[in-house]
Design a protein around this ligand. Sequence first.
Ligand SMILES: [Zn+2]
Length: 297
Amino acid sequence: MENVTPNVFTETKLRGCNPSFVTTSDGVVVIDTPQLPTKAVAMRKQAESHGPIRYIVNTEHHVDHIFGNYFFKGAGTVVNHRELYERFMVVYPELDPFAYAYESVPGDHAKGTDLDDPEGLALWPDRDEYYRDPNKGRIVFTGDLTLRVGDHTFNLLHTPGHTPGQLAVHVPEERVVFTGDTIFSGCQTWLMTSNVEQWLAALERIRTLDVDWIVPGHGPVVPKSYLDVQRSHLMEWKTAVATAVANGWSREETVERVDFRDRFGPVDIGQGYMLDYIQSLNAATLYDKLTGAIPGA
Ligand SMILES: [Zn+2]
């Protein structure tokens, strides 16, 4: 893992999110868990080498941020925002998160690459066994929550937008904030069913924090100034689709003609094959919101 500061560890080169932990004088706090089983087991071991894990905080309900919790059972109390907790590995018509996590365990197509994870399949839980206890929140809250661990403060800030239960974890003593997917650095932004207006407000809330470093949900660690880049990507997407609507384009035509394939960087590690999916879903979701097909958006 890479050190952001001497106490802050993150891993930005895995398929899945950027799982991280912070070491304190009284144990360790984990922020998001690795999606790949072998990486989850390895990170737990590494974290525990610095002391007992006190808390595991998830920044959002998307599978790449929570699935690995299963491999941290018995290691610290899981803390979830209520909007995250209620969506934890819930199967929706458009996505079965358990199947999606399974599909991502690299097999033959990744042989010989650093994404190859054959032992991951051996660790794979049976679906029923998994759902009996996926290790979701034991502390479930609304609004913000502050944890004190040793001499460290963990301000869990509710910053919805990318997802309804989105959290940013601000650790003032380290001058670091973990934003989850409120920031995608150097890679494509997944809007999915996001609320872009809330997301822009979340960026402004994060801007008020006195920090040097942002640990994003995906992509390299970046300085605080990256907030401007993320803001521009969201605004460009929204403007492009708003312009399509103003031109009278249909939903299909908008999906066909609006994309940012050649800008905003590649898709994050191991997910290049999702590029078309992201472009279509981003455009379609924004189109539905801007035309009122999704009420209240
Ligand atoms: Zn993510």
